[in-house]
Design a protein. Structure first.
Length: 114
């Protein structure tokens, strides 16, 4: 294997890693830690908000069966970016149709219906 082949192989690996990072950033779904960073609060505070019913979340199925690992169970929870915005703006889980429309207009200004 020549140096060019090795270099090309490394470039392909780096390109794949960059594609994975870009795909992850475009996703509206966040882990507890990512949501904490987005909201500028701690991950434990995000968990408390979810348990108290102020922040909507979705529990994803985990590939492993180990329920004792708290970090693993925290990684299975996903929060949609819109739900985090909803908590910041209104501080509650359920919104009226008018507030939901206002939130969509603010979050997605390009998708306004005229």
């Amino acid at each position: 294997m020549s140096n060019i082949d090795i270099l090309l192989e490394n470039v392909i690996k780096l390109n794949k890693k960059l594609d994975d990072i870009i795909e992850k950033q475009n996703s509206p779904w966040m882990t507890t830690e990512e949501c904490a960073e987005y909201l500028k609060i701690s991950a434990s505070q995000v968990s408390r908000l979810i348990r108290a019913g102020y922040l909507k979340s979705k529990r994803m199925k985990s590939p492993s069966r180990n329920e004792d690992n708290k970090k693993e169970s925290r990684l299975r929870i996903r929060i949609h970016r819109e739900w985090a915005d909803q908590y910041v703006m209104y501080g509650k889980l359920r919104l009226t149709a008018l507030k939901r429309k206002q939130l969509n207009d603010l979050c997605y200004p390009d998708k306004r219906e005229w």
